[in-house]
Design a protein around this ligand. Structure first.
Ligand SMILES: Nc1nc2c(c(=O)[nH]1)N[C@H]1C(S)=C(S)[C@@H](COP(=O)(O)OP(=O)(O)OC[C@H]3O[C@@H](n4cnc5c(=O)[nH]c(N)nc54)[C@H](O)[C@@H]3O)O[C@H]1N2
Ligand SMILES: Nc1nc2c(c(=O)[nH]1)N[C@H]1C(S)=C(S)[C@@H](COP(=O)(O)OP(=O)(O)OC[C@H]3O[C@@H](n4cnc5c(=O)[nH]c(N)nc54)[C@H](O)[C@@H]3O)O[C@H]1N2
Ligand code: SF4
Ligand SMILES: [Mo]
Length: 720
């Protein structure tokens, strides 16, 4: 009897089990791994599993973040409905009608009082191409404000401005990942692929198995550096100098590819004259690397027939990041390693849509198709396409951090923040917190009440990646289609829909008649036509069938362009530009002082993503690392009387934080490292000053003078 009852309940439970399978792409990094999330519903609970899905880029591989990315999407903290801040600071659910009316009234009143530019729009490279395009159009057409920028400013701007200036086109990788195993030498600078794009590692491992020599430039011996044949542990912030030493040695060893330089570049005479003034020893010392290693690196890099240079934020997130990247492009060009099989340059993009997010007009200086807002022809083209008079199209605005400065100066009175968490990600975090609180009206679009959204007057609930279809351009420049079949929870909506509804509320609905993400894509295709990032030849159907397409793809029968610059560069006469770069930039923020004798560099760990809003909500990822830390050399720890596991006060000119000591010999003695995935007293951006690169407007996240001290807890009052 007992047995049959148990049997009965088991059968019943099986019957009530429902399985949903959601095809999607990981919401996190630029690899855009294809995967499916399998949802099983039982009587009292739901259970999720993730499986990789085969595709040409990642072959079904997933890293731990992708495996666990369902957790935040189904988390109980998800916002289900719009919420409005009450006078007592609490949140009250409101209807979409009330929310949209509030935005309209506030934006219109403030614009009447303070001009159209009193509204700032702050976007993201984690949203789809369709949403990036719409956000730019919303700012320029519906709000008529010049102030729009996005979080990619802190990510890709140095590499983007450098590539644009030197090569004429900025596409993360100039070639497909499939070229990597064909390279005889790889130079990886400031890129920790093993932790940040883990599923890309097999490409490097395959190159190594084919006999490639790997050179890594990084102040730390990371998991990526562990596969290097030669590791140059540069002093943080000294990449321009290190590269000058490499280039001077190249010139002195007579290893410049003169035929390539003559035929395909300009500026060699000036650069050569500059290199001849460089003292190899002094420059190498300044960079913290020995001359022999520099000479070996150059001999091997120049001597190989094929090779690639990959950079990421270590080189780029500096106040001379633009020039530091230009100097590495000099190395690529002087050795003729671009535009051929197994050759090229790549700025390894970061966010899921780090590439597409910078092509369709959510950047201060940019219009769709990677057109430039200062260029009269580009302006005319887009104004005509949007059906507005050209003079009505606003001009160039300012970078994301500078928008927040304008908020503090009361020039910007209201802000629309979409998919970003500036309080944790911007430099000078305490200033950012103040700045957001200065706003007369602040609306955030997010999945959660993030550290930034908590200061909003209104939060609009966005759909997560599982519920939001659209295209994402991966690090290679390959446009992929993220499918989405899950229904958004509550009344939350995909960002593209929210943007259209905002436009409608602001009286610009006629310009935003879209009923699906695919409708938006079809307009984007036409808008980008003839631009550098030309998507015209792509359709959802083609992207599905051909498993992604590389831009430029200017016609429906065009196969896409995996390898750029085979013929010429996108500059006058097809020539790339060589540039003489100073070893020490005038604006450098990275000089240690007596008070702040150590150099802090910041970055990532494998288990967490960016400001941690999403990954800290995954119990499995949080369990891997639940608090921040400071990585320091045992000799440095000893000099400061700090032991493993101690709490440490880290102080810079800008602020102070408290994090736990983690000792490792795999870091320079003059350098400490703190990740940026945590908030409040662990928010490392409290330490980073707000100084920016003069060209790219990138902050110096990767080299800040600091001092450290063992944290003394305040004495507890004695128990009586
Ligand atoms: N797990 C994980 N993966 C991610 C992300 C994440 O948050 N977590 N974020 C994604 C995003 S948006 C991005 S932008 C990418 C970032 O990817 P990466 O740029 O690879 O990551 P970071 O850790 O910021 O920095 C890379 C390396 O630069 C080194 N470095 C520091 N200072 C210097 C320097 O002065 N010179 C040189 N040459 N190297 C230096 C650091 O030691 C570090 O190993 O990762 C993407 N993938
Ligand atoms: N010290 C230091 N600081 C850094 C860096 C560093 O290396 N060191 N790196 C910089 C880099 S490279 C980057 S890319 C930035 C990133 O910085 P942020 O953009 O501020 O970081 P995220 O954590 O991605 O913030 C995304 C927010 O959007 C929400 N969200 C997620 N999905 C969606 C969605 O589909 N729609 C909407 N509307 N919201 C969504 C999340 O809940 C979260 O609140 O940080 C920069 N800051
Ligand atoms: S975080 Fe990047 S590498 Fe990991 S599964 Fe997601 S997209 Fe792939
Ligand atoms: Mo990034």
């Amino acid at each position: 009897m007992k047995h049959s009852l148990l049997h009965y309940y088991r059968e019943k439970q099986k019957q009530s089990e429902v399985e949903n399978v959601y095809e999607t792409q990981c919401p996190f990094c630029s690899m855009q791994c294809k995967k499916k999330v399998i949802e099983q519903s039982f009587v009292t609970r739901k259970q999720y599993k993730t499986e990789g899905v085969d595709n040409p880029v990642t072959k079904g591989r997933l890293c731990m973040k992708g495996m666990n990315a369902y957790a935040h999407a189904v988390h109980e903290d998800r916002l289900m409905h719009p919420v409005r801040k009450q006078p007592d600071g609490s949140w009250k659910e409101v209807s979409w009608e009330e929310a949209l009316e509030l935005v309209r009234d506030q934006f219109q009143t403030l614009q009447k009082q303070h001009g159209t530019d009193s509204i700032g729009v702050y976007g993201s490279a984690s949203i789809t191409n369709e949403e990036s395009y719409l956000l730019g159009k919303l700012a320029r057409v519906a709000l008529k404000t010049k102030y729009i920028d996005y979080n990619g400013r802190f990510c890709m701007s140095s590499a983007a401005t450098a590539s644009k200036a030197v090569l004429g086109i900025d596409r993360g990788l100039t070639n497909a990942l499939a070229d990597i195993p064909k390279a005889e030498v790889l130079l990886l600078s400031g890129t920790n692929i093993a932790s940040c794009q883990p599923v890309m590692m097999p490409y490097l491992e395959e190159a190594k198995a084919n006999g490639a020599f790997i050179i890594v430039i990084d102040p730390r011996k990371t998991e990526t550096a562990a596969i290097a044949d030669l590791h140059l542990a540069v002093t943080p912030g000294r990449d321009a100098a290190l590269t000058n030493a490499l280039l001077a040695s190249l010139e002195r060893q007579g290893l410049v590819n003169e035929a390539f330089v003559k035929e395909r570049t300009e500026g060699w005479d000036e650069l050569q004259a500059h290199l001849q003034t460089i003292s190899l020893k002094e420059t190498a010392d300044y960079a913290g690397v020995n001359v022999q290693d520099i000479e070996d690196a150059v001999r091997i890099f120049a001597g190989a027939d094929t090779g690639m240079v990959l950079t990421a934020r270590g080189v780029e997130q500096q106040t001379d990041g633009h020039m530091a990247v230009r100097n590495l492009l000099n190395l690529v060009l002087l050795t003729g390693k671009i535009g051929r099989e197994g050759c090229g340059y790549g700025a390894v993009t970061g966010q899921g849509n780090g590439q597409g997010g910078r092509e369709h007009g959510q950047k201060a200086d940019q219009l769709p198709g990677y057109r430039m807002i200062d260029n009269p022809e580009d302006r005319k083209h887009i104004a005509e396409f949007w059906g507005i008079p050209e003079p009505e199209l606003p001009g160039r605005g300012v970078s994301a951090y500078e928008m927040l400065e304008k908020v503090k100066d009361r020039e910007i009175r209201a802000m629309l923040l979409v998919c970003s968490n500036p309080v944790v990600s911007n430099p000078n975090a305490s200033f950012i917190k103040d700045s957001l609180q200065t706003l007369d009206f602040f609306v955030a679009v997010d999945l959660f009440i993030s550290e930034s959204a908590q200061y909003a007057d209104l939060i609009l609930p966005a759909a997560s990646y599982l519920e939001d279809e659209g295209t994402m351009t991966n690090l290679e420049g390959r446009v992929t289609l993220r499918e989405a079949s899950k229904k958004p929870p509550g009344s939350s909506k995909p960002d593209w829909k929210i943007i259209c509804e905002l436009a409608e509320a602001l009286g610009a609905g006629a310009h935003f008649p879209f009923r699906s993400a695919e409708d938006v894509f079809n307009e984007l295709r036409h808008a980008s036509r003839g631009g550098a990032a030309d998507y015209y030849g792509m359709t959802y159907e083609r992207i599905r069938r051909e498993e992604g397409l590389f831009w430029p793809c200017p016609a429906l029968d065009h196969p896409g362009t995996p390898r750029l610059f085979a013929e010429g560069f996108a500059r006058p006469e097809g020539r790339a530009l060589l540039t003489a770069v100073e070893s020490e930039a005038a604006q450098t923020t990275s000089k240690p002082t007596e008070t702040y004798p150590l150099l802090l560099t910041t970055g990532r760990v494998m288990a967490h993503y960016l400001t941690g809003v999403q990954t800290r909500r995954s119990t499995k990822l949080a369990a891997r690392l639940y608090e921040s830390f400071i990585e320091l050399h045992p000799a440095t720890a000893e000099a400061y009387a700090i032991a493993e596991g101690d709490l440490v006060d880290v102080t810079s000119e800008a602020g102070a934080i408290i994090v736990r000591a983690q000792l490792t010999p795999d870091i320079r003695r003059d350098t400490v490292f703190v990740p940026f995935h945590w908030a409040e007293h662990q928010n490392v951006n409290k330490l980073i000053p707000g100084k920016l690169d003069p060209v790219s407007r990138m902050p110096g996240y990767k080299s800040t003078p600091v001092t450290i001290k063992r944290h003394e807890p305040a004495l507890q009052p004695a128990q009586t």
